[in-house]
Design a protein around this ligand. Sequence first.
Ligand SMILES: [Zn+2]
Length: 362
Amino acid sequence: MPFNRIYAQDIALDMLRRTLTTDQVGHAYLFYGPEGIGKRTSALAYAKALNCADPASREAGDYCDACRSCRMITLGQHPDVRLLTPETCGDKTVIPIDAIRTKSGENSPHPLPLREDAQLKPVEGRHKVYILDPANRPGLQEDAGNALLLTVEEPPAHVVMILISSRPTAMLPTLVSRCRPVRFHLAPRETILQALRELNTVSPEQATAIAGMADGRIGWAVSCASNPKMLEARQALLSEVDHLLPAGRPAALRLAELLHNLAMLADGEDDTKSKDRAVRRNLPDLLDVTASWWRDLLIGEIGEREMRINQDFAAALDRHAGRLPAGHLQQGLQAIVQTKRLIERNANIDLALERMWITALP
Ligand SMILES: [Zn+2]
């Protein structure tokens, strides 16, 4: 029962399974909810269930995860299941829908525009599934969004579109209104801990730290625990913060450089993307790690040590107790959170990081 392997999204998944067992599969869905909680995993799982070749699984509204179709989807090689992800090139966002619209552009992963491609019968499976993640990129408000809208408005019977968004309010309203909404929720901390225990890739102390930083984002927690490079980056970052904290502001530049370099290396998946994109993708997670350390110091000052996130760094945190007054820690924490937002909005990375450390360090 592989749907059961997805944690903490029972309501959404039960709803999706019912569409399969009652033969009421929709043509367009909007999977929405916060980042990192399993929307994309669930979309791929639904694509598997829609095309699974195993009769018993199909009967149960599930997928086997073992047949040729399921395996091809796992590998990203199923000809009828397409994951479309907007990409950033310099300061411009390139949306794959644009790429689809160019008939034979070299960067195009698809030979046909979406609307034409959608008209063709599935090659292997029963359904053609297009997953667009994230569906709230600015470009999708305009031309590309309208092209998508046309496909969603008159879909061929075999097409299922899944739009994924953490901010559906930023989407073209006409597009949203054509989709069946499926809401995804944050997971309780205990559920995340349970998932990490079952995954068994990290120590109990690391699991506590990851669950604490995850803030309900179970998908983020699982991918963090499965990415040794991110775990190494966290370890290196916290060790260096521990080491350099007593040096105070003169260490700001060095810590800014360290964060930048770690973000470049902390990529678990592919190394084909440019370094700059890797940095922008990984920095928010490393800033969460940094914020968790400041939060732990602050919690130490108010005497709630067992509520610390970084339990595996308890001794180091104890060593720094009393070094910074609570007011200063609070200010540092705010600077870190704000820097994360600035970087997500394309601010200059080195400048933002240096300023952050100057505010946060004593
Ligand atoms: Zn299967």
